[in-house]
Each structure stands twice: as structure tokens, then as C-alpha cells.
Design a protein around this ligand. Structure first.
Ligand code: NAD
Ligand code: IPM
Ligand code: MN
Length: 349
């Protein structure tokens, strides 16, 4: 039996996780299998009332006893420095060495695509975002903080090992999934140390995959091409920060942040799955957030732990609901968060 941790987090993370869990309960009935789900209440409330973020021992507990972790979202206006999210979300990404942030860009209904004249045939690619280094390592500091002479330094760390393993993961994915092009995006025209390393490593790894076409694009140009000519992409590999930015744009191509799923993965090890969106505080607790990104994330998690057919079944149910025009407000529909979750459950059975 697979052991899954459920961490709703903050804001709409709570609303959408409730629906993802509902779907996870329903698939166990429909497909006749059992998951062991354990819930954790680590969020801004808990941090503000107890000071606890990620409890001591949690990392080892996940490493030793769990197959996957589902996270809703983090972010609370009362914690402007995101201390709890840094410890919990980034803490787990780094601590469990989840070096692949896998973010598929795949609209599930043509009506969701905001681009003129485009259909879902034109947009179907996967972003491999490096997830354990780059500008996220929190190396740096302030000097003379709060004075007119303040200096702030935030380092961008790129290691040969880190860059190579995410590029290899992108090529392996392409090879295993019948994709014949990998695009690497960087800013090597300006970042002559860190992103030159990406250029050299990409060129070298590419020679190991002679049947896969490759190209590189500067990230500023890539954001233009993602809008104008998204059909050129099959697999995009990039650093942590650019991956964060371009996948919000990617989510928009799929209908919005409420639709996008992601996995934080170390192949063969306990991995963490979360929708791409954040805690959207203005929608929190109002039963209006779109739970489909979270539900599709749950499907991605089931695929990862071995229930591939179940994952496909969830995606089909989502597509069925969308085909019937059953959507939440962000997509132009009328359904509440809970009603949307209920529809997906209904079409599963
Ligand atoms: P956000 O993703 O929370 O929301 C941006 C906007 O996107 C929302 O105002 C809303 O209009 C729309 N949106 C997002 N998810 C939606 C959903 N499920 N249904 C309907 N509409 C949805 O980004 P933000 O406003 O920049 O950040 C809010 C907080 O979330 C911040 O604290 C931020 O740091 C955090 N954040 C967390 C994660 C995460 O936990 N993985 C990701 C992004 C942002
Ligand atoms: C994401 C989020 C996170 C990130 C934040 C909440 C730390 O934006 O998962 O895309 O920047 O990686
Ligand atoms: Mn983001």
C-alpha cells in the first residue's frame, strides 16, 4: 500500500486539497485499491501560534515511511518573508533533493486556450525546471541594511552536477515519451559564468542523444515564442528561477493558474506534488477556487507511485466535465470548488 502525506498549507491550498483528497478517496472505490493518507496541519496558522514550521524529524519520516507528498499551497499575508514556506516547501524540495520540477503544459479543452486560433494540438510540452539550486539557494546577505548605503547580494548557484542531472532528466523523458526535441532556455548572453555552464553542459549531454533535436533560446525571446509559436516546443529545460516564471505563463496557456499541475521529483525516491498556483489569499475559504490543478496534480502523483491507469482515469473525468462546460468561475463557469470536485468524482464512477 502506498503511503501519502497530505499537506493542505495556506489559503486556497486548503480548499483545493479537500477536492483532490475527495478524488483520491473516490478512485480507491472505483479502481479497488487502497492508499494510506496521513494529514499534516503545517501552515501559517500553526507557525504563528507555535513557531513550528517543518517539525524536527519530518524529513526523515518522509524519506523512510512515505511514497509521495501532496501539498496544496503556501503563502499568507501575515508571514511576508514566507519563513514557513521556505522551511516546509523549499525545505522539502532541497532536503529530499527533488531536483526535477516537472510541469506539463497541456490544455485539456480548446476553449481554455487564450491564444487566437490555437487548439490543444498546438500546445503540448513539458517544462523541466531545475529545483535544487539557482537563485533559490538563499546564499547572500545584506550589508548596512535599512541605510541609504544598503548592499544586498543574492547569489545564483549553478553546479555542474545539478545542471547536468536536470538536462539528462529532460532528454530521458523525451526519449521515453516519443518527444524528439529538447529546448534549453537561459540568459547566457549576459550571465557569462552560470549560464555558460548550462550551454556547455547542454551541448555535451545532447551528443549522448543523437536522435533528439536540440536548440537553445534566450528566456526573453522564449516568452515571446511561447505565445506566438507554442507548437515548436516538446520539452523545455531551464534553471529554477526561469522555470518558475515561464510555468506561470505556461499555466495561462492551459486556461490559467487553476489548471496547472506539477511534481517535485527525485526518481525512485519519495517525491512531492503540488499545483503550480499559490495560496490566492483573496479567494481563500470562499469555495470559488479552481481545484482542477490540484486534482490533476493528484493524478500525476498516482502516476508516479505506479497507478498509471487511475491517473489517466482522473484526467479523462476532468476532460469530460470540461467538455460539458462544467467549470469554476476563473474558467468562465459557474461551479463552486466543491461542485467541481463532485463532478470529477461523478465521472470517475
Ligand atoms: P497565486 O497563484 O496564489 O494567485 C495569482 C492569481 O491567480 C490569483 O489571484 C487568482 O486570480 C489566480 N489563481 C491562482 N490559483 C487559482 C485557482 N486555483 N483558482 C482560481 N484562480 C486561481 O499567486 P500570488 O497571488 O502571486 O501569490 C499568493 C501567495 O501564494 C504568495 O504568498 C506566494 O508567495 C504564494 N505562492 C505559493 C506557491 C506554492 O505554494 N507552490 C506558488 C505560487 C505562489
Ligand atoms: C512555485 C512557487 C514557489 C517557487 C514559491 C512559493 C516558493 O512560486 O512553486 O512555482 O517560487 O518555486
Ligand atoms: Mn511559481
Amino acid at each position: 500500500m502506498k503511503h501519502i502525506a497530505i499537506i493542505p498549507g495556506d489559503g486556497i491550498g486548503v480548499d483545493v486539497t479537500r477536492e483532490a483528497v475527495k478524488v483520491l478517496e473516490q478512485v480507491q472505490q472505483v479502481y479497488d485499491f487502497k492508499l494510506e493518507m496521513t494529514h499534516f496541519d503545517w501552515n501559517a496558522d500553526k507557525y504563528l501560534s507555535t513557531g513550528i514550521t517543518l517539525p524536527v524529524g519530518a524529513m526523515d519520516m518522509f524519506r523512510n515511511e512515505y511514497d509521495a507528498i501532496f501539498v496544496g499551497a503556501y503563502g499568507d499575508p501575515r508571514v511576508p518573508d514566507m519563513k514557513h514556506a521556505a522551511d516546509i516547501l523549499l525545505g522539502l524540495r532541497f532536503g529530499l533533493d527533488l531536483y526535477i520540477n516537472l510541469r506539463p503544459i497541456k490544455p485539456l479543452h480548446d476553449s481554455l486556450i487564450p491564444l487566437k486560433g490555437r487548439t490543444s494540438k498546438d500546445i503540448n510540452f513539458t517544462v523541466f525546471r531545475e529545483n535544487t539550486e539557482g537563485m533559490y539557494v538563499n546564499i547572500g546577505g545584506c550589508f548596512k541594511k535599512g541605510t541609504p548605503d544598503e548592499v544586498a547580494i543574492q547569489e545564483d548557484m549553478n553546479t555542474r552536477k545539478g545542471v547536468e542531472r536536470i538536462i539528462v532528466a529532460a532528454f530521458e523523458y523525451a526519449k521515453d515519451n516519443g518527444r524528439n526535441r529538447v529546448t534549453m532556455t537561459d540568459k547566457s548572453n549576459v550571465l557569462r559564468y552560470g549560464h555558460d555552464l548550462w550551454q556547455r553542459t547542454f551541448a555535451e549531454v545532447a551528443t549522448r542523444y543523437p536522435s533528439i533535436e536540440t536548440n537553445t533560446q534566450f528566456v526573453d525571446a522564449l516568452t515571446m515564442w511561447m505565445v506566438l509559436n507554442p507548437d515548436q516546443y516538446q520539452v523545455i529545460v531551464t534553471n529554477n528561477m526561469f522555470g518558475d516564471v515561464i510555468t506561470d505563463l505556461g499555466a495561462t496557456l492551459q486556461g490559467g493558474l487553476g489548471m496547472a499541475a506539477s511534481g517535485n521529483i527525485h526518481p525512485g525516491k519519495v517525491s512531492l506534488f503540488e499545483p503550480v498556483h499559490g495560496s490566492a489569499p483573496k479567494y481563500a475559504g470562499k469555495n470559488i477556487a479552481n481545484p482542477l490543478g490540484a486534482i490533476l496534480t493528484a493524478a500525476m502523483m498516482l502516476d508516479y507511485v505506479g497507478y498509471k491507469e487511475v491517473a489517466k482515469g482522473i484526467e479523462k473525468s476532468v476532460i469530460k466535465a470540461l467538455n460539458l462546460g462544467e467549470m469554476t468561475q476563473d474558467l468562465g463557469g459557474k461551479l463552486s470548488t466543491t461542485e467541481m470536485g463532485d463532478r470529477v468524482c461523478k465521472y470517475l464512477s
